[in-house]
Design a protein around this ligand. Sequence first.
Ligand code: GRF
Length: 191
Amino acid sequence: MRKRVGILISGRGSNMRALIEAAKDPAYPAEIVLVVSNVADAAGLVFAADAGIAAKVIPHKQFPTREAFDEALDAALVAARVEIVCLAGFMRILSDGFARKWERRLLNIHPSLLPAYKGTRVHERVIAAGERESGCTVHFVVPELDAGPAIAQAKVRVIPGDTPEMLAARILVEEHKLYPKALAMVAEGRT
Ligand code: GRF
């Protein structure tokens, strides 16, 4: 049985798209059954809907607390019988309760070689520090931000003269290959 996957996005959704494309292969061990965005005009929603995937907006601003928003997210995932959740450019911090409930079934992709460079403005900081390599990490989500165990990583060379945008673009190419591989590993219990 293919694992049922829900993807949470907030914007462009290019990683979501890579996962949807990978799951088109019937041999892929997971199927994407739901996409949820906390942002109504997230570009990724259009792609998901065009691909025939249930796409839902849950605007976080409509909820009085983080926990109430997360309960609505959880309810949508449960209703779709989701087994694994992938964060893909989802720009909300999840409550401890949500992270614990989905422990080992909740994945994120981060554009650095974690545990180095957690948080935001990663590429600026990598370049400012004179790093010679960077990359991306797919990891399990735990309550502490960007701190969960790594599932897979890909390295990218930092080239002299790189701007944050240039480095981000080269890392993104690797993200699109890495995330489908990492999700397949989790879906097959190979972690
Ligand atoms: C990616 O760089 C990802 O690593 C980070 O946010 C970005 C999302 O891009 N968490 P997209 O929405 O998947 O195109």
